[in-house]
Design a protein around this ligand. Structure first.
Ligand SMILES: *Cc1c(COP(=O)(O)O)cnc(C)c1O
Length: 213
């Protein structure tokens, strides 16, 4: 773990955003070290890996695509699912959370750059998708998440994050700022840009833990 880099991130996001330390592929020891440096929320994208590393002292967010047959395993472990990307997944989360009497905070994942290999709801479908999901009593939709485009074209990254801000503000107007709280965007490479466009939850892995193998 790079303590200096972590300290810089913590300073950059201070009073603006909360850090999700993305701990996929990292060991329990690395996670413990990050916790000792002030990281409180850890992000994992695979359910099996999360189960293997789960520790109730920490808060966990699921940030990767979730298969419906894994919902049952993950809902007791996480405090947020950031990657809601289909109605069928919402139905499954509703079903499993009602069984354990849990109301699950979720973010809707938006495929803002329209890349084919990415999951997420398209921009134009988001308002109706959120509306459809409001009927689920055990889902608490708290905002939006996206993965920025993988490109060196900074202009395009700005464009995508700005579209997210606009959509986020639409939802806040519709459902209230108390309910729609989180705009999760920004990773190691692009979090400073994301902050400029109102991100208040950043998901950072390699910058603080070092390159993944
Ligand atoms: C891996 C991952 C991140 C963190 O990426 P880094 O480039 O390592 O900071 C953030 N969000 C999601 C959804 C990821 O899968």
């Amino acid at each position: 773990m790079d303590k200096k880099k972590l300290a810089k991130v913590q300073k950059d996001i201070e009073n603006k955003a909360t850090l999700v330390a993305v701990s996929k592929t990292r060991t329990k020891e690395e996670i413990e070290e990050a916790y000792n440096c002030g990281c409180r929320i850890f992000g994992e994208n695979r359910v099996q890996e999360l189960k293997d590393k789960y520790d109730s002292r920490y808060e966990w967010h699921l940030i990767g695509h979730l298969q419906r047959n894994k919902v049952k395993d993950v809902v007791p472990l996480v405090s947020m699912i950031e990657s809601l990307d289909s109605l069928r997944l919402a139905q499954e989360i509703e079903k499993e959370c009602s069984k354990i009497n849990k109301i699950m905070p979720v973010l809707v994942e938006v495929n803002i750059s329209r890349e084919e290999n990415k999951t997420g709801i398209y921009f134009e479908e988001c308002l109706s998708f959120v509306k459809n999901c409001m009927k689920f009593e055990h889902l608490d939709i708290q905002g939006l998440m996206c993965v920025g485009p993988l490109t060196d074209d900074e202009e395009h990254i700005h464009e995508c994050f700005e579209k997210m801000r606009v959509l986020f503000q639409r939802l806040q107007t519709e459902y209230g700022k108390d309910k729609i709280k989180y705009l999760s965007m920004g990773m190691s490479q692009d979090y400073p840009i994301a902050l400029e466009h109102g991100s208040n939850l950043v998901r950072i892995g390699s910058l603080i833990f070092g390159k993944r193998k």
